[in-house]
Design a protein around this ligand. Structure first.
Ligand code: AHR
Length: 665
């Protein structure tokens, strides 16, 4: 602060004021500073709020393998004679369903799947239905498959239909395509057991792994992702992709933890796991929330590659969720090399899965899944949001073993769930002692906190680990949705991340995804129903930083930086050596417009600046699936004038507005 005030005089002389400005920002474009890491702005995926099954993962059938518990027919409506059996073709998902004659030509046997809060289909789009089936008695039977509107006053419920003839005693996979003549987000999938003439089946048929996918997925992958949601991630231009969570890494118990080895290989045999968010809140309880792991580590690595982000997997450190196992050492694996061996193996094997040659044990699994080239993983998080001695002793054992085997991998430790205080401080000290490369810190905090932390990273020790702001969001008190009034404070705060790019190497907002009918936690960055999505104001804030990242920080002399707890104008600037642009980001958190003079020292004859403005002034406003464009960045231009050895952008930045200005140097 002191330095800034001393420099104020110099700023004023280099960039003389023509009329009274509230703020003068003097950008020293000839002094490019610290590199802005390509990883600075990223995304953090966790399967919370039906983010995987029912969200990004495009599978439309819930409980496709009949493994949900305690009811193996959860998500299905059975009629006629339906029996769940457990000696199926996939040893890790052994349950399947036997459909037998209902006993009379006018009775029917079959199943209806309810999807995830319904099934979303679009007019003229194709859907790939697949099923494993056999007729154990050898008597050919037909499966009639329909897309239906269950509650309708129309003549027929079904609007798309096809049949599959099954005549083998052995299990085979059958695939057909259904084209939808309509758009609806509440369809169902119905299957009837029929005989060869289409009448009620008089034999027996076994069915397993019943699946329905849009043909048009992200990048056309068969085991694919929802195109609109994956595209939203790609559009942000994220530099890092952290997965698979969050608390989901830890599990309520260690048995329930996320185990990446269960998420690779053929999807039919990836064993189901209960989603820990099923049970976290009784006021938002989802007994049908499981992880099929159809979206697993291979898919996460591939998505990272496709959207140009560094993959950042986080693995369990031998600890279950501490919130749910307070001070219970027995909930965790013993803090010994032997006790932690499975966790160490998981880390080392994962590096082989991602980076090993195609003839290594785990590299071969990757290659067989379709990616013989390595994924070039560079970072590994060990433990999520853990704290205290339980963590410090375990992470040391695991990280030391990983470093010994793979010194090239950068290790990310954690400072726990708090943004300051005793546990945070001792967490950072331990991570420094243990020489973590980065420390993952989390802060879900109100506006008042963000206003007190403008200079958070100015204060950080430059000699220790780098910072990964791995989970953050501004929540205002009592406002549990993505309202504009909170997002302007995220923008202002992130200018501090950018100014401190030498120490903050990664930042990811959390959580990422949320189904409007199935959330457990909010606010979230991207909301969706079964067909539509809405990008929140927070999304646009992060995207404006990520899309305009630049390559080096430029120092700014600021005439009037807000003090702790005050509103004001906050700014950061970068130089992009690839495009030759100077990019200035300015957040006005005040309730009034502010006149701001941006003096680009050393830029002559800049001409017009490109301006991108995000109006966040309507405090309660949010983007919703019904009104997705209420808040969106607007592009315009802004003239510059010639100053002394400089170009000047003279602007009125409206109240609560985040603005990005770009000129070619
Ligand atoms: O983002 C939701 C949860 O918040 C994450 O799972 C956890 O790491 C944090 O407590």
């Amino acid at each position: 602060m002191k330095l800034r005030r001393i420099l104020l005089g110099a700023a004023l002389s280099a960039c003389a004021l023509t009329h009274a400005q509230d703020y003068t920002l003097t950008v020293q474009t000839a002094k490019p500073g610290a590199p802005v890491q390509p990883t600075t702005y990223g995304i953090f995926f966790e399967d919370i709020n039906f983010a995987a099954d029912g969200g990004l993962y495009a599978e439309l059938v819930k409980n496709r393998s009949f493994e949900f518990t305690p009811d193996h027919l959860m998500g299905w409506q059975a009629f006629g004679k339906v029996e769940v059996r457990n000696d199926g073709p996939f040893d890790r998902n052994p349950h399947y369903v036997r459909l037998s004659s209902a006993g009379h030509g006018d009775w029917w046997t079959g199943l209806v799947n309810e999807g995830f809060f319904g099934i979303g289909v679009e007019k003229d789009k194709e859907y790939r239905f697949s099923v494993y089936a056999r007729v154990p008695e050898g008597k050919p039977q037909v499966l009639r498959v329909q897309l239906i509107e269950p509650y309708t006053n129309e003549e027929a419920q079904d609007f798309a239909q096809a049949t599959i003839k099954v005549d083998s005693k052995d299990w085979h996979k059958f695939v057909i395509t259904l084209k939808s003549p309509r758009t609806t987000d509440k369809a169902r999938l119905r299957m009837f057991l029929c005989d060869e003439n289409g009448r009620s089946g008089s034999g027996v048929m076994d069915v397993e792994h019943v699946s329905l996918f849009p043909v048009d997925t992200w990048m056309g992958h068969e085991n694919g992702m929802r195109k609109d949601l994956a595209q939203a991630l790609a559009d942000m231009k994220p530099g890092v992709f952290r997965f698979p969570g969050g608390c989901i890494v830890e599990g309520v118990t260690l048995d329930n933890r996320y185990q990446w080895k269960n998420t690779v290989g053929p999807v039919e045999n990836r064993p189901l796991n209960k989603n820990r968010w099923e049970a976290t809140f009784t006021h938002r309880y989802y007994p049908d929330y499981f992880q099929s792991y159809g979206l697993g580590f291979y898919e996460f690595f591939l998505l990272s590659e496709e959207i140009g982000a560094e993959p950042l997997p986080v693995l369990n450190v031998g600890m279950a969720c501490q919130y749910q196992n307070w001070n219970n050492e027995k909930a965790h694996a013993p803090a010994t090399a032997e006790g932690l061996k499975p966790y160490i193996d998981d880390c080392i094997d994962l590096i082989e899965f991602a980076n090993g040659a195609a003839d290594t044990k785990w590299g071969k699994v990757r290659a067989e899944m379709g990616h013989p080239e390595p994924f070039n993983m560079k970072f590994l998080g060990i433990g999520n949001e853990q704290w205290g001695e339980f963590y410090f002793e375990r992470v040391k054992i695991v990280a030391d073993a990983v470093r010994k085997a793979h010194p090239e991998i950068k290790i990310i430790g954690t400072s726990g769930p708090n943004s300051e205080g005793h546990d945070f401080d001792i967490g950072w000290e331990a991570m420094k002692r243990q020489k973590a490369d980065l420390v993952d810190e989390h802060f879900y905090r109100p506006i008042s906190w963000f206003k007190n932390e403008w200079e958070r990273y100015d204060r950080y020790d430059r000699t220790g680990p780098k910072v990964f702001a791995g989970e953050y969001a501004c929540h205002d008190r009592g406002k549990k949705w993505n309202h504009a009034g909170a997002s302007i404070y995220e923008a202002a705060f992130i200018t501090g991340i950018e100014r401190n790019a030498d120490i903050v190497h990664m930042a990811t907002y959390a959580p990422l995804f949320s189904h409007v009918d199935g959330w457990q936690w909010r606010p979230d960055m991207i909301w969706y129903d079964n067909l539509r999505c809405a990008l929140s104001a927070s999304y646009y804030v992060q995207a404006m930083f990520a899309q305009n990242r630049g390559t080096n920080v430029l120092p700014i002399r600021n005439s009037n930086f807000p003090k702790k707890g005050e509103d004001g104008v906050l700014a950061s600037a970068v130089w992009d050596k690839e495009s030759g642009e100077v990019i200035v980001k300015v957040a006005n958190t005040c309730d009034q417009a502010k006149s701001v003079k941006i003096c680009l020292e050393g830029v002559k004859g800049a001409g017009e600046a490109k301006a991108i403005l995000l109006d966040l002034s309507d405090y309660d406003l949010e983007n919703t699936v019904d009104n997705p464009n209420a808040i969106a960045p607007k592009e315009t231009t802004q003239p510059t004038t010639a100053g002394k050895n400089s170009s000047v952008i003279d602007v009125q930045i409206p109240a609560k507005t985040f603005a990005v200005y770009k000129v070619k140097k």
